[in-house]
Design a protein around this ligand. Structure first.
Ligand SMILES: [Zn+2]
Length: 206
């Protein structure tokens, strides 16, 4: 979602607005395993209200071409969804706006409309022996959505831009890097788009 469906990254935009962007950057650079970094970032949201958070998310612009790309995929009978290591409160907004079929993300605990700093993570890597150790193993959730919709893995398509997408992009039928953040360090990536227009991913499909 961040940097692909949205022209921005939710946690950084929220951090910028509420004054903890440098703390996020510190955590991102730390040596902790990925899911522990996600837990530490969630702690920074403690005390923020749900409406403060969703207000910021709603103001992040969609990526150019996203409405058209999703529409064309749906016309071709693709199931379209979001697998993100952001938060369900954000993926819900974007999935609804784009009339998508599913979304998977971390769940922020809320009490009386305020974030407690605690995070419920979908994980998944521990079930399949994936070495990503992310708060959301995107490979695991791609496989389980493919099973749910009775789609062979060879017919799945994944789009991502960062190392947290690696296990998903390497195992999808078609893995597409969209304006990658870290240079192409991934195996079996079929296509790379280096322009901020999501309709260009359609050229990667037959
Ligand atoms: Zn994984």
């Amino acid at each position: 979602m961040d940097g692909t469906l949205l022209d921005g990254r939710v946690i950084y935009v929220v951090g910028q607005k509420f004054g903890f962007k440098s703390e996020i950057e510190e955590i991102a650079k730390s040596s902790k395993v990925p899911y522990e970094r996600s837990q530490r970032v969630a702690k920074l949201l403690k005390g923020l209200t749900v409406s403060e958070f969703t207000g910021v998310v709603k103001a992040i612009p969609l990526m150019k071409g996203v409405v058209e790309a999703v529409k064309q995929l749906k016309n071709r009978d693709y199931k379209v969804g979001i697998i993100s290591d952001s938060y369900t409160l954000a993926t819900e907004i974007v999935a609804r706006k784009l009339e998508m079929d599913f979304h998977v993300a971390n769940r922020l605990e809320v009490k009386n409309g305020v974030f407690t700093g605690s995070l419920k993570m979908p994980l998944g890597w521990e079930k399949i022996g994936c070495d990503c150790r992310q708060s959301v193993c995107k490979r695991y959730h791609l496989v389980s959505k493919a099973k749910k919709y009775r789609v062979g893995m060879v017919n799945t398509v994944a789009v991502g831009d960062s190392s947290s997408d690696r296990c998903m992009l390497e195992n999808a039928g078609v893995g597409i890097l969209f304006n990658p953040l870290e240079g192409n360090i991934m195996k079996n990536v079929n296509c790379t788009v280096r322009s901020k227009d999501l309709t260009l991913v359609l050229n990667c499909l037959k």
